[in-house]
Design a protein around this ligand. Structure first.
Ligand SMILES: NC(=O)c1ccc[n+]([C@@H]2O[C@H](COP(=O)([O-])OP(=O)(O)OC[C@H]3O[C@@H](n4cnc5c(N)ncnc54)[C@H](O)[C@@H]3O)[C@@H](O)[C@H]2O)c1
Length: 250
């Protein structure tokens, strides 16, 4: 089973992802800095409680923008797959903190992409957002929309990260998947994220299944907006090493 680096592992999606991978038998290296933007450390600690009891889990409280700390983790664990979920999330707070959002969401992503390139990571999954579509994209959203007019710093930083991910894919033939999540939350864990003013929300059920874009010699850069296909896609992504390209091409 592959070793998987999960950034943002204490968060809502990250803690569920970590739990699923650990139950599958993967070795998970989790990174989170317990950023207090949306909810407190105690909730994130609680999210990680079960994972921390597992022998196939290693946790590092670290900032993804700390290049040296990230490099040490790559050097020590040599992850084969990276699920990059750490971010400053949310549209509304990004209006007041564009510099912080840019640092974490863009610089942090570039650091992880570059380390993934250097250490030969086989698969890189990036949590993007439907916020990349901005105000002038008609719902239901389509993955091949240009998405060049995000209307919040948050949406813009996610789009910037997608674009640099494309560049890494193009230059280094890296297998990268960008998942454009729609806003959702985990009420059971008291984690509510501010709802984005997204026209897709009312037509969520109509969203098309994911489609692949930018295919090149067995690797893909894939964008998806579909919640329906997400579970299946994630399951496929970390299924087996040898099936990764095929899974990403579906
Ligand atoms: N939940 C949604 O509705 C939604 C929608 C669209 C996109 N996304 C994206 O999915 C990903 C996960 O979202 P979530 O809902 O789990 O959010 P979350 O806030 O629960 O989790 C993000 C985690 O990243 C950590 N983090 C933030 N900055 C960090 C840094 N510099 N270094 C290390 N860790 C850091 C936080 O402490 C947090 O635990 C994010 O990238 C988010 O932008 C989520």
């Amino acid at each position: 089973m592959a070793t998987v680096l999960v950034t943002g592992c204490a968060g809502f999606i990250g803690s569920h992802t970590t739990e699923r991978l650990l139950r599958r038998g993967n070795f998970v290296v989790g990174v989170d800095n317990f950023d207090p933007l949306f909810y407190g450390r105690e909730i994130k600690e609680r999210n990680l409680r079960w994972a921390k009891e597992q022998r196939n889990f290693a946790f590092f409280e670290a900032d993804i923008c700390d290049q040296e700390a990230m490099q040490e983790i790559f050097e020590r664990y040599r992850p084969e797959k990276v699920v990059h979920l750490a971010a400053l999330a949310g549209v509304v707070p990004s209006l007041d903190r564009p510099i912080d959002y840019d640092r974490v969401n863009v610089l942090g992503t570039v650091i992880l992409l570059e380390l993934s390139r250097r250490y030969g990571v086989e698969m890189f999954v990036f949590a993007s957002s439907s916020s990349v579509y901005g105000a002038d994209t008609k719902a239901p959203f389509k993955e091949d929309e240009p998405a060049v007019r995000p209307i919040s710093p948050y949406g813009a930083t996610k789009r910037m990260a997608e674009l640099i991910a494309y560049t890494f894919h193009h230059l280094h033939d890296m297998n990268i998947t960008c998942l454009r999540f729609l806003p959702f939350t985990d009420l059971a864990r008291d984690q509510t994220l501010p709802f984005t003013n997204s026209p897709a929300v009312s037509s969520r059920a109509n969203l098309s299944p994911f489609t692949a874009m930018g295919q090149a010699s067995g690797t893909t850069l894939t964008l998806t907006t579909s919640l329906t296909g997400l579970k299946q896609r994630l399951t496929n992504l970390w299924a087996t090493k040898s099936s990764t390209s095929a899974a990403a091409n579906r």
